[in-house]
Write a protein that binds this ligand. Structure first.
Ligand code: FAD
Length: 366
């Protein structure tokens, strides 16, 4: 432990870890505080029955950013996992993302022209879409909307699609090729030893305090470093003085099954309204080398963010965005504190974007 650090990093997720790595490599000292009992943030993985379990939801690394890929692959070997989830609508299976396999499964069409004609015949393009339902139908037609979008989206957001803003589905890409590679990114995979190990490697050389909430003694911790990189919720940092930002939350139900193969795919989306969960994750399929006789599955239930529930997805509507802008102004008034990451910037960030943003901040300061 040092008497005083160059950087206090609040949150040992990917933002904090990537920033710490750059700072440590530049000869700076770092103390990372983490209120959970482990490092890794939401990317945290844990080995259960020989399988790396993604404890806070399935995480697939994908990027077109060569610099970010070069950075992460210094700390972990990635496998060749290619994300190709399935949709299950009342027992009927469909390929995702929407592609020629999906159209064949939906209508029996075998040519791109026939698929496009089917979709065009169902698209309603009269007037500006006023809500998510109208927007989705204008983009993909009624069958795909009813079977693959409506129930899933309503469960995810907890309200009818007609009451959700159109912008949530600004784009719904349709592929007129037989291609189920969901992300289609230049670089894609999952760290063979798990994300926790990746983050551990990044943090090597930093002092780390787990089970430590920075906000429980903000003034004390502020005195421990010259600069603070805070990756917790921005509204919590300011004591919710302007009000609380809204998030959707998730509840995970994880079970070890006494079978080697439960559903044959890493991610199955349940797109009907009646099934209470949105997805089942079968973790071993993220890892081609996992050969346990058992398998671990997780059912993912979307929920309101009640007391004690983790904030997962920011609800970026006009009201929350306006509130965030006011918090961002307060943040600017604290020159030695950087409020960053998905919770600090109130933004859904993929992992590559969060790492890119951390490296950018580090490069601007060091
Ligand atoms: P976090 O990982 O949330 O880390 C912040 C850390 O700060 C947490 O560990 C938290 O405990 C800690 N903290 C907060 N407040 C305090 C405090 N007061 N004191 C101390 N510690 C504190 N991205 C992809 O690229 N691919 C995917 O497939 C993918 N899947 C996802 C699935 C789900 C369900 C979710 C929710 C996200 C997914 N993401 C995915 C996004 C990915 O999780 C984020 O990009 C990444 O976790 C953001 O890192 P972060 O460091 O900003 O935040």
């Amino acid at each position: 432990m040092y008497m005083r650090y160059d950087f206090l990093i609040v949150g040992a997720g990917l933002f904090g870890a990537a920033f710490a790595r750059r700072a440590l490599d530049a000869g700076k000292t770092c103390l990372a505080l983490e209120k959970r009992s482990h490092i890794g943030g939401n990317c945290y993985t844990e080995c259960v029955d020989g399988v790396q379990v993604h404890k806070y939801g399935a995480h697939i690394f994908h990027t077109n950013d060569k610099a970010v890929w070069g950075f992460v692959t210094k700390f972990a070997e990635f496998n060749r996992y290619t994300h190709s989830p399935l949709a299950n609508f009342k027992g009927q299976l469909f390929s995702l993302p929407f592609n020629m396999y999906t159209f064949y499964q939906m209508w029996g069409v075998t040519s791109p022209g026939a698929a496009l004609a089917k979709i065009d015949s169902q698209r309603c393009t009269a007037g500006e879409p006023q809500n998510l339902e109208e927007q989705a139908i204008s983009l993909v037609g009624t069958d795909i909307y009813e079977k693959l979008i409506k129930g899933y989206t309503e469960k995810q957001w907890g309200r009818p699609c007609r009451e959700l803003p159109a912008f949530i589905v600004n784009r719904l890409p349709l592929r007129f090729t037989f291609d189920c590679n969901y992300f289609n990114a230049a670089f894609q995979g999952v760290p063979k030893a798990g994300y926790t190990d990746l983050v551990r490697q990044m943090l090597a050389g930093a002092d780390i305090c787990l089970n430590t909430d920075f906000l429980a003694d903000k003034e004390f911790w502020r005195g421990q470093a010259d600069w603070i990189v805070y990756t917790g919720p921005v509204d919590a940092y300011f004591g919710y003085q302007l009000g609380a930002l809204e998030y959707r939350s998730l509840r995970f139900e994880t079970e070890t099954m006494d079978t080697a193969n439960y559903q044959g795919v890493a991610v199955m989306n349940f797109t009907d309204a009646e099934t209470p969960f949105t997805r089942i994750i079968e973790h071993k399929f993220f890892d081609s080398e996992a050969n346990s006789g058992k398998t671990v599955i997780t059912r993912e239930y979307p929920s309101e963010r009640g007391p004690g529930a983790e904030p997962y997805y920011p609800v970026n509507n006009d009201k929350n965005n306006a509130l965030y802008s006011r918090y961002a102004k307060l943040a600017k008034a604290e020159p030695s504190v950087f409020i960053k990451g998905r919770l600090g910037e109130y933004q859904y960030y993929d992992m590559d974007k969060v790492i890119g943003s951390a490296l950018e901040l580090a490069d601007s300061l060091l």
